[in-house]
Design a protein. Structure first.
Length: 205
């Protein structure tokens, strides 16, 4: 039978391990919250500006978007936003490191074995033009299922700000396109960086 000293040591170790795990979780939460506050600014503005750029390239789609915005057809408008972003996504690709051997696209003609430790380059933009999930991919169809888009990533690496961005991005685009005669005065200025720094627009009084 264990003595009181052994019981105390066992209890202490379990308690300490539990506290360490709680601290680890809290610190991870702090990093995620900080990343959400900082990352939201750059990626949201990039999505908004690149969406506008694609709308300005397509006057007929812009007219549909303006009509949907003015009629408060929220679902229709949001669908247009996610559709045009397929041509100009914030993350057209990402890098990933395989944590284990994994068969990708098993049972299809594209099946391939990815070995543990290999660097993988998933092409998110290309995936959003896959006709199996996006029939007639070259067409703007605002009725497509939102879950097929890769704008916010997928699975364990899904964007932490997904549900914030789902509201903010379309609403910011909506407020801009409702300006009468809205148009771009020039290209988006990235100033040699990955994120937009300036995008000059003009509209009627």
């Amino acid at each position: 039978m264990p003595n009181s000293g052994s019981l105390f040591i066992g209890y202490y170790r379990k308690t300490r391990a539990g506290l360490q795990e709680r601290v680890r979780i809290l610190r991870r939460g702090e990093r995620n919250a900080g990343g959400l506050l900082v990352g939201t600014i750059e990626t949201t503005s990039q999505a908004v500006l690149q969406c506008l750029r694609q709308l300005f390239k397509r006057p007929e789609v812009l007219a549909r978007a303006v009509a949907a915005a003015r009629s408060e057809a929220t679902q229709q408008f949001d669908g247009i936003v996610w559709e045009v972003l397929r041509w100009d996504p914030v993350a057209p690709f990402v890098f990933r490191l395989a944590a284990r051997d994994q068969v990708v696209a098993e049972g299809t003609p594209r099946e391939i074995l990815v070995r543990k430790g290999k660097v993988v380059l998933p092409l998110l933009q290309s995936a959003m033009f896959d006709p199996d999930l996006f029939p007639y991919p070259e067409e703007i169809d605002p009725t497509r299922p939102f879950e097929n888009y890769m704008h916010f990533g997928y699975g364990s690496h899904e964007c932490l700000g997904k549900y914030v961005g789902m509201v903010m991005i379309p609403e910011m685009v909506r407020q801009v396109v409702m300006r009468p005669g809205i148009m771009a005065k020039g290209p988006i200025d990235y100033r040699m960086g990955p994120f937009p720094e300036q995008y000059d627009l003009s509209w009627s009084a």
